[in-house]
Design a protein around this ligand. Structure first.
Ligand code: FES
Length: 128
């Protein structure tokens, strides 16, 4: 875990080449490295954008329109869930409950939470 964490700190994510290097240098089977890298949400095996847009798909947000929020964010950025824009600026992730259900539906951009997004027309301005 500490080796993977340090590698991710250096490279920003854990591409397969890095996982293979770690496997070779530590004598650990690549399957085990890959298993850890893909099991824990703290690790990314694909490059992430400079800004991470997380749309909460927790229960409260979901019943109050999170799917429409997610679709609008994807439409505005021209990418799908789990993808990164070609310019490397944004990536879209789903999140579990962010602990602010009274503001549902909610999304978070980096460390800033945006709530009451049932009016999805606000999303382009927020992303701008
Ligand atoms: S379910 Fe989205 S903030 Fe709690």
């Amino acid at each position: 875990m500490p080796v993977l964490q340090e590698a991710q700190r250096i490279f920003g994510y854990l591409p397969l080449e890095v996982q293979k290097f770690i496997a070779d240098e530590t004598g650990t089977p690549i399957a085990e490295i890959y298993g850890v890298a893909t099991f824990y949400s703290q690790f990314n095996t694909t490059i992430k954008g400079k800004h991470k847009v997380g749309v909460c798909l927790g229960t409260a947000c979901y019943v109050r329109g999170a799917q429409a929020v997610l679709e609008k964010v994807c439409e505005e950025l021209g990418i799908g869930l789990g993808e990164t824009t070609a310019d490397g600026l944004f990536s879209i992730e789903d999140t579990r409950c962010l602990g602010c259900c009274s503001l549902a539906p909610v999304m978070v951009i980096d460390d800033t939470v945006y709530g009451k997004l049932d009016d999805i027309s606000r999303i382009p301005e927020i992303l701008d």
